[in-house]
Design a binder for this molecule. Structure first.
Ligand code: FE
Ligand code: FE
Length: 284
């Protein structure tokens, strides 16, 4: 196991999500995911351990300072998708789906169900922030479940025991349910652990409807959209957005299929969709 990069590929975390949350619509899921209650594989546990130890308020501030000026790169959404596709899954380069294929399977599943254009586009772009990996960000700072920092870590976050190594667990200001926030402050005013969700949201925030932005910003926030934690920080708006985030989540998690989408064939539809909402060049 590479200590700096415990996941063989960035998608090992999503694969582990399927162990935790098997597809309810998959008849084989009982059989296939019989190890549902078992521990995650060692390399995934190591990933969670690093993530939980190092995602602090201070780290979140540093990364926001570093990235949210959006001065890393200028490229279209499709160019970002092609750039992301250069991220190779080292664990299994032959059989794993490429990043573009995951994005397209998600968006195609949304499209097949007749959802509006902006929703389809959310499927396409929701993971573009994973390009952080290509700028040498460690895996634990790009992917994995997200959760608020600056308040008590919920027991509903996967492997909560790993937070005992997080320096914020010793900061008295962050120990209560609301920590450095007012009750009901609204998730938009809460600092989430840093990763591809927040970064993608910041890049897209002027261009998509708020429902779509919530889907992007909170799609890895499993303790919230799956486990119902962090009610104390929610406002009216979050209660409304929660159902949209929950509507998106199965497309992200359960759209993987063995037949990879034909990227060249789909490209004209998607470049047109991108042009409908996004500027020709985005700031990253
Ligand atoms: Fe994601
Ligand atoms: Fe995804």
């Amino acid at each position: 196991m590479d200590e700096q990069r415990p996941l063989g590929g960035i998608d090992d975390w999503e694969d582990d999500l399927l162990r935790r949350y098997p597809d309810p619509g998959d008849e084989k899921s009982d059989e296939q995911f019989r190890n549902y209650d078992d521990a995650a594989p060692d390399h995934v546990r190591e990933f969670y351990r690093q993530n939980h130890r190092r995602q602090t308020v201070e780290f979140g501030r540093q990364k926001r300072d570093q990235y949210l000026g959006l001065s890393q790169a200028r490229m279209s959404a499709w160019e970002a998708l092609e750039f992301l596709n250069t991220l190779v899954d080292e664990s299994d380069p032959d059989t794993e789906l490429s990043q573009v294929q995951h994005c397209l399977q998600t968006s195609e599943a949304i499209r097949a169900d007749g959802h509006p254009d902006w929703f389809i586009l959310v499927g396409l772009v929701h993971d573009l922030g994973k390009i952080l990996c290509l700028w040498d960000e460690p895996q634990w700072a790009v992917t994995g479940d997200t959760y608020p920092v600056g308040c008590a870590f919920s027991e509903k976050i996967v492997y909560p025991e790993f937070f005992s190594d997080n320096p914020d667990s010793d900061n008295p200001a962050y120990q209560s349910e609301t920590g450095m926030y007012e009750p009901g402050i609204g998730l938009d005013n809460v600092m989430m652990s840093w990763g591809h969700d927040e970064y993608t949201y910041q890049v897209m925030q002027n261009y998509l409807p708020r429902e779509g932005l919530a889907m992007i910003r909170y799609h890895s926030f499993y303790p919230w959209h799956h486990a119902g934690a962090y009610q104390q920080l929610m406002n009216e708006d979050d209660r409304e957005m929660l159902s949209w985030v929950q509507k998106f989540q199965p497309y992200d998690l359960y759209s993987k299929s063995d037949s990879p989408p034909d990227v060249e064939q789909l490209k004209p539809f998607y470049t047109e969709l991108i042009d409908q909402f996004l500027p020709p060049v985005l700031a990253w």
